[in-house]
Design a protein around this ligand. Structure first.
Ligand code: PEP
Ligand code: MG
Length: 566
């Protein structure tokens, strides 16, 4: 048995196909004819672009737009004048194209890796993929043909690259194992999008496994079972069949309203990061967007997006949603979300530092331009504004004052917007939970961000494995805050949603029903699962469970009990 990180749900039972790294060895040489070498480099880029466009096309058909865009992004990276220019400069200094490509790509890989930031480190994986493809073209090395993999194949790779994914035929690949990768890496995103069970970060998988051997991939808990005995095999076949049957059964909930067994109706929305995700949310039957994380519009670029660029993005999402609610969270920069060009100073305690609403209120021009963009988009749908990381009433007041300023600017310019746009608070700090009664008087809605609420309440960093045992939304302290936030919202007559990961946890659902939550916002893939879960509970049953849970003293007691009732 080997262990890794389960990143894409499901059980894969099949035979191993090892994808070994290609031999990209060459002898660096001095070249005399610089122009001819630059032409060779340009030919390689042309070939790379052609291959990549073909791959993106295949991925768009098999998997989706978002995944195809990852590949198309590779063309943009190599076409970047700076990167391309640096490679040409090395060739002009008489280095061969292979050396120039390798050295400059390495420089970018080192630079991106050094940030330690998950998203920026993804760029390093992209550049590695580009480097290997360009070298393979320059050296005339044949790329591995994953598309030839037979039915029932478990792919074992060092790193699952976007270009590899292009060759995957979903009907033939039953599992993926990679030596590298995390929950948020491209490999994980791609595996989930293709709905192939995947386990990443399995050390030495390539050297420990052999092509053709039978293997089981447990994408839930990250187990890789080698040489399975017949009874283990039978057990996993049964688990796989149940999983697939339940997945099919979820389809019964498509197109239906979200209603509890006793008839209360809920809003079941999605969390998104780009306007494209809004389409995905609709495709997965979401009833709106409960959290649009706007950071993604600010990342992957070298300067701030303009008001017009932001407006286009927000408007696109609003139009796609056709009048369904769209809660846009203003910039939540800092902490785990870095935007290098803003030049934020390194802080001792970034999660407690100069971030989110705090940063925005001190950079009013930037903030106002985002608010104006959101207001302009409000003419195209049911758009709402949400402020992240609120800890004090003054922050909400200042934010709302800026919304009013932005409104009068737009009015003066004769630009349309919704005069009554709701302005809400993301309750994700313990402070906001404690003063929920005060905030509820001045906010139009609440949305509980349990990801941060748990970390701040338990004073523990979810990424730190030494304190990970404390990081649970089922800690009595966190549950008390959740209950109090919801009850204070209900008392003040405002809607209360939850957009943290906990909203999709079946053990949390009865508690939220009992406390009076009105909206669940979850990832698009969880919509049907949560709808089914809500349908299982009557308000009375949920109340009984919640009463019992709220009398318990420890997280273990609570989760042990909840496991028995779901
Ligand atoms: C949260 O904190 O729960 C949340 C939804 O926001 P994010 O994960 O973007 O911090
Ligand atoms: Mg948060």
């Amino acid at each position: 048995m080997m262990k890794g990180l389960g990143v894409s749900d499901g059980y894969g039972i099949g035979r191993v196909m090892l994808i070994l790294d290609q031999k990209l060895d060459y002898t660096p040489r001095e070249i005399a004819d610089v122009d001819a070498e630059i032409a060779r480099f340009h030919d390689a880029i042309d070939q790379f672009t052609k291959n990549t466009l073909e791959q993106a096309d295949a991925v768009r058909k098999s998997t989706g737009d978002k995944e195809a865009e990852i590949l198309e992004g590779h063309i943009a990276i190599i076409a970047d004048p700076f990167m391309k220019g640096e490679i040409e400069n090395l060739i002009k200094a008489h280095q061969c194209a292979e050396t120039a490509v390798e050295q400059i790509c390495q420089m970018f890989i080192d630079m991106f890796t050094a940030t330690g930031d998950d998203l920026t480190m993804q760029r390093a994986a992209d550049v590695k993929d580009i480097r290997d493809s360009l070298l393979a073209i320059l050296l005339g090395v044949q790329e591995v043909k994953i598309s030839d993999a037979p039915e029932g194949t478990v792919l074992v790779v060092r790193e699952l690259t976007p270009s590899m994914t292009a060759g995957i035929k979903k009907e033939n690949i039953v599992g993926i194992i990679a030596e590298t990768g995390s929950q948020t890496s491209h490999s994980a995103i791609l595996a989930r999008a293709m709905e192939i069970p995947a386990v990443l970060s399995v050390p030495n998988a390539l050297s420990q496994l052999s092509s053709g051997e039978q293997i089981i991939v447990d994408g839930f808990n990250g187990d890789v079972v080698t040489a399975p005995a017949q009874d283990t095999l039978d057990e996993y076949v049964a688990k796989r069949d149940t999983f697939l049957r339940e997945k099919r059964e979820l389809e019964l909930y498509r197109g239906k309203p979200t209603v509890s067994a006793s008839g209360e109706t809920y809003e079941l929305c999605c969390n998104i990061g780009t306007p494209k995700d809004a389409a995905k949310a609709m495709e997965k039957d979401g009833e709106g967007v409960g959290l649009f994380r706007t950071e993604f519009l600010f990342m992957d670029r070298t300067a701030l997006p303009t008001e017009d660029e932001q407006f286009e993005a927000y408007k696109t999402a609003a139009v796609v949603l056709k009048g369904k609610p769209l809660i846009i969270r203003t910039l939540d920069i800092g902490g785990d979300k870095e935007i290098p060009y803003l030049g934020l100073e390194k802080e001792e305690n970034p999660f407690m530092g100069f971030r989110a609403i705090r940063y925005c209120l001190k950079h009013r021009d930037m903030f106002k331009s985002q608010i104006k963009a959101i207001l302009r988009a409000s003419a195209f749908g049911d758009v709402r504004i949400m402020f992240p990381l609120i800890t004090a009433v003054e922050e909400l007041r200042e934010g709302k004052a800026l919304v009013e300023e932005a409104k009068s600017d737009l009015r003066a310019s004769g630009i349309e917007f919704n005069e009554n746009i709701p302005v809400g608070v993301m309750t994700e700090t313990s402070a906001s939970g404690v003063i929920a009664d005060l905030l509820a008087k001045e906010a139009d809605f609440f949305s509980i961000g349990t990801n941060d609420l748990t970390g701040y309440t338990m004073a523990c960093d979810r990424g730190n494995s030494d304190v990970g045992y404390l990081y649970s939304p089922f800690q009595p302290s966190v549950l008390r805050l959740i209950k109090s936030i919801i009850e204070n919202g209900v008392r003040a007559g405002i809607p209360v949603g939850m957009c943290g990961e906990a909203a999709a946890n079946p053990m949390m659902v009865p508690l939220l029903i009992s406390f009076g939550l009105t909206e669940f916002s979850v990832s698009a893939v969880s919509v049907l699962k949560v709808r089914k879960c809500i349908a299982n509970w009557t308000k009375d049953e949920a109340d009984k469970v919640a009463e019992k849970v709220m009398s318990m003293a420890t997280e273990k007691e609570i989760t042990d009990y909840l496991k028995t009732v779901i």
